[in-house]
Structures are given as C-alpha cells and as structure tokens.
Write a protein that binds this ligand. Structure first.
Ligand SMILES: [Zn+2]
Length: 221
C-alpha cells in the first residue's frame, strides 16, 4: 500500500526534525518539501512508523505493508493551504518510482485519513487526488449530479446498510448495520475528503453515494 500524509507542522524543517528524532517514535519512508525536494528517510523494505492504529480491507498492521510518504503542509492545525504544483509533480514522480519496485494496486493508494478516519484528516481535502489519478496513481471519479435523498446521522434502513457495505467493500472499517451513527458520519467524511472534496460534511448525498458505487466498479480485487 501507499499511504500519503501531510506533515501537519509549522514548516518542513520542524517536520524533518521530528521524523528523524528517535524519541518521537514516528517515521516515514519519504518526506517531500514544498519546493519539491525529496528526503529519503527509511529504506522501503524496512518498516516505518507512519500509519499508527489503522485499517484497510481487513488489514490492521498497515505499517508492515505500506510505504509512507509525508508531504510538507502545515495542515488543518497550523494553516492548511494548497499543495504547490512543484511539490505534487515530485510526489507523482516519487510514486512512479516506488511503484516500479512494488506491486501496489490503484485501490491501495490512500490517504492517512482513509486508513484511520477517526484519528486523522491528512492529507486532507486540498490534496489533488484527481491530478494523481490522471498521472496513473489511484482512482478518481468525475463529478456528476446524482439523484437520491441524502442519508445522514439518525437515519436507518436499507439505504444505510447498502452505504455501509459499499464503504466496507472499498476498504474502510465500517461494520454492518442499518444505523447511520456518528461513527459512520466520520467514515463518510473521510471518503469525501478523498473522493468528494468539495463537500466534506459527513452527509451521504446522492452524489457521494454515486461516486462510491462508481469507484467500486473500478476496483477489481
Ligand atoms: Zn498522517
């Protein structure tokens, strides 16, 4: 798997200091600065400590099965801002390079918030997943208006059950149930951050559900 992060610290040097501090107990295979410089920090075949408690497609030890890339951005806490073009161009090159060495399907090119939706929001809704997909990394679904009444917290029934099983099939940790509870709203928000970034509200409207279904048609395994 590939797990993308933002550093979520005031600047690149602060993030680099933390990622190379043994006491901090966090690490990643690569860090990409805003100006496009790449820092190789951990060999790809070694485990890095970037994902924490996480889940995707039934797998929980994500650190043992992923390459982690930290992308410098202050994040939601310190002034979230768009990722510069040169930085994203470098990320794309880096992913091409990594994927030439490992078999990583497109449905396993993910954000930290996908594998840990209850704890993490990175790399966030400003991350250009669409541009990555156009460059051959990950899946993207073009926006298209879709009918259907929105499902939201408090709702119950078959629609909620279908939504949950779709999110679980894609990979999210999402137990079977017909109830739209606060936990489901968090997972929907994570889905939107990645695949419907213009609307991150935890409400599964018709378009959010349509994009999920379209993605499931792309996933082969
Ligand atoms: Zn992260």
């Amino acid at each position: 798997m590939l797990v993308l992060h933002y550093t979520g610290m005031v600047d690149g040097p602060a993030a680099l200091a933390r990622l190379t501090d043994p006491q901090a107990k966090v690490s990643a295979h690569y860090m990409v600065e805003e100006d496009g410089r790449v820092f190789a920090l951990v060999p790809e075949e070694r485990r890095a400590w970037h994902a924490g408690k996480s889940f995707w497609r039934g797998r929980t030890d994500i650190n043992a099965a992923s390459v982690g890339v930290e992308i410098v951005n202050p994040g939601h806490e310190f002034g979230y801002r768009p990722f510069p073009d040169v930085q994203i161009a470098t990320v794309i090159e880096l992913l091409t390079d990594i994927r030439s060495r490992w078999t990583i399907p497109d449905d396993r090119v993910l954000g930290h918030s996908d594998v840990a939706p209850h704890r993490k929001t990175d790399p966030g809704e400003l991350f250009p997943w669409r541009r990555l997909a156009e460059a051959g990394h990950g899946f993207w679904v073009e926006p298209a208006p879709a009918p259907g009444a929105p499902l939201a917290e408090g709702d119950e029934g078959l629609g909620v059950l279908t939504l949950r099983s779709g999110l679980a099939r894609l990979g999210y940790e999402c137990p079977r149930s017909g109830r739209y509870d606060a936990d489901l709203a968090v997972v929907v928000r994570a889905f939107q951050r990645h695949w419907r970034p213009e609307r991150v509200d935890g409400i599964a409207d018709g378009e959010t559900r349509a994009r999920l279904m379209a993605l499931l048609r792309m996933v082969t395994t």
